[in-house]
Structures are given as structure tokens and as C-alpha cells.
Design a protein around this ligand. Structure first.
Ligand code: CAA
Length: 257
């Protein structure tokens, strides 16, 4: 389900995962629809930030287990189980905030970690319980979780399959903040609204650079950061932002146009 929310020149694209009976278990159809919705918002100049959420009970309880169960080694390999449609989200250049209530397990936790940051309801539970199914995470969990929470906690969670509640996830830096479940969507939309009002090119560059620090080698990333920093001095938003600060007024950004 996708809809436009917020006010102002640039609005928020809100996407809700909606397979409630299966706790939003992720299958190819849902990932295709999610990918299309994400790319449509990314291409829309009227959208400044995207929020991805699930239901009260589950952000997503992982890959669809009956679908996985039908595979053997060769069909998983040949069909590219966990197809590229699972990673469409990584092509999105605008920020994507995950608003997580309830279960974010397996592929659901991995999908949340592919977002730019996670705001959790106090009901959220994160885990990579694939080992209980005799498998391992297949959508980046063994790589992104240790980058977020460190080796020890990752090993503990992946090897024992235990879940992390929202308070632990905040202490471990998996999520940026925890809010009461009843205000999860409002809090995520409020954060998105603030981002929508910031200079679009600066927002996109921060996203790209922070993800580079997370996913790539440091030296290259710092060099690319320096070059992008320089390039922003060619925008009217930089002139406006700095002038507004020095004149003690609010900036009016043009988002690179
Ligand atoms: N796939 C398909 N269906 C799922 C599902 C999943 N991952 N998770 C839950 N469901 C379905 C259940 O089968 C159940 O359906 P029925 O009502 O038709 O029986 C419905 O959702 C409700 O689930 P429960 O009755 O189990 O609800 P609960 O509150 O007792 O437990 C839960 C909730 C702890 C999340 C439990 O459902 C559970 O452990 N789910 C599986 C979690 C999991 O193992 N995820 C990893 C999947 S593998 C993966 O994701 C690989 C990867 O890296 C990409």
C-alpha cells in the first residue's frame, strides 16, 4: 500500500507492507510491489523522504517459509533465491526510514537494515532466527547486523536465534530511537517531514556517503565525501543555507533546481 503524506513543497511517500495474515512474510510478489512503489516515489520530485512500515503486530516476520521450503539446492541457485527484487531498496537515492512495530525477523530484519535508519515502537522485536530453520540469513543479515551491533551480539543472536527487544536494539545502535507504539507512525512521519524540508541534494549525498561508510572501504569513502562536499558549493542551497544562518533567518531551499 502506498500513499502520499505530509505538507509543504516536498511530501512523504508512505509504504505499508500488507500481508497481515502471514505477518507480512516476504514473497516475490510483495517484494516486486515494494520495489515499484519505492522507485516511483524516488522518481517523483514532489517526494522528499520515504517511510516504510508494517502492521502493529509485525514489520515483517521474514521470508515466506512455505516458499523457501519448496526449494532444493539447485532450484535455489538457479532461480537466485532472494532475487534482486529484494535489493531494489538499495537503488533508492532518497532516505527511507523504517518504522518498525512488532516482529522484524529474518528477511524482515534484513529489510529494515537496508533502510537508512530505523525508528522502533516499544513493541518491536528484532531477530535473525534462520538457524532454527536449518539455514542462515540470506539477505545481508550476516554482514549488516555486525556492522550495526558488533560481532558479539550478532553471533549471539544468529547462533542462538534469540530476539532483541526495542530497548536492547536502541542500546545496541540497531535503531535510532524507540517511541511508544501508538505514536510510531506520527514520529516517523515527523522525522520524514523535517528531512523533506532540507536541501534535497545534501540529503541524497549524506545518504550515499553514510551508506558508503557502512558498506565500503574507508579511504575511498572519505575521498568521495570530500569531492561531494566541494560540489555542494555550486548549489544555490549552500548559498541560501549559509546566508540564512548568518542573517538569523530560516532558509528557503530550492533543492538544487
Ligand atoms: N513465512 C510464512 N508465514 C509466516 C511467517 C513466515 N516467515 N511467519 C509467520 N507466518 C504465518 C504463520 O504461519 C501463521 O499462519 P497461520 O495462521 O496460517 O498458521 C501466521 O503467520 C501467524 O503466525 P504465528 O501463529 O506463528 O504467530 P505467533 O504470534 O505465535 O508467532 C512469530 C509469531 C514468532 C513471528 C512466528 O510466526 C515465527 O517464528 N515466524 C517465523 C519467523 C522466521 O523464522 N523468520 C525467518 C524466515 S527465513 C528468512 O527470512 C531467510 C532470509 O534471510 C531471507
Amino acid at each position: 500500500l502506498s500513499e502520499v503524506r505530509g505538507e509543504g513543497a516536498r511530501k512523504i511517500g508512505l509504504i505499508s507492507l500488507n500481508r497481515p495474515k502471514q505477518l507480512n512474510a516476504l514473497n516475490d510478489q510483495l517484494m516486486d510491489e515494494l520495489g515499484h512503489a519505492l522507485l516511483a516515489f524516488d522518481a517523483d520530485d514532489g517526494i522528499g523522504c520515504i517511510v516504510l512500515t508494517g502492521s502493529e503486530k509485525a514489520f515483517a516476520a521474514g521470508a515466506d517459509i512455505p516458499v523457501l521450503a519448496a526449494h532444493d539446492h539447485m532450484s535455489a541457485f538457479k532461480n537466485g533465491l532472494i532475487s534482486s527484487n529484494w535489493e531494489t531498496i538499495l537503488q533508492v537515492r532518497k532516505p527511507v526510514i523504517a518504522a518498525v512495530a512488532g516482529f522484524a525477523l529474518g528477511g524482515g530484519c534484513e529489510l529494515a537494515m537496508m533502510c537508512d535508519f530505523i525508528i522502533a515502537a516499544d513493541t518491536a522485536k528484532f531477530g535473525q532466527p534462520e538457524i532454527k530453520l536449518g539455514v542462515i540469513p540470506g539477505a545481508g543479515g550476516t554482514q549488516r547486523l555486525p556492522r550495526a551491533v558488533g560481532k558479539s551480539k550478532t553471533m549471539d543472536m544468529l547462533l542462538t536465534s534469540r530476539m532483541m527487544d526495542a530497548a536492547e536494539a536502541e542500546r545496541a545502535n540497531l535503531v535510532s530511537r524507540v517511541v511508544p507504539a501508538a505514536s510510531l507512525l506520527d514520529e516517523a512521519l515527523a522525522a520524514a517531514q523535517i528531512i523533506c524540508a532540507m536541501s534535497g541534494p545534501a540529503v541524497m549525498m549524506i545518504k550515499e556517503l553514510v551508506n558508503r561508510s557502512f558498506e565500503g572501504p574507508l579511504r575511498d569513502a572519505v575521498q568521495v565525501e570530500r569531492r561531494m562536499f566541494h560540489s555542494l558549493f555550486g548549489t544555490s542551497d549552500q548559498k541560501e543555507g549559509m546566508d540564512a544562518f548568518m542573517s538569523k533567518r530560516k532558509p528557503e531551499f530550492k533543492h538544487g533546481s
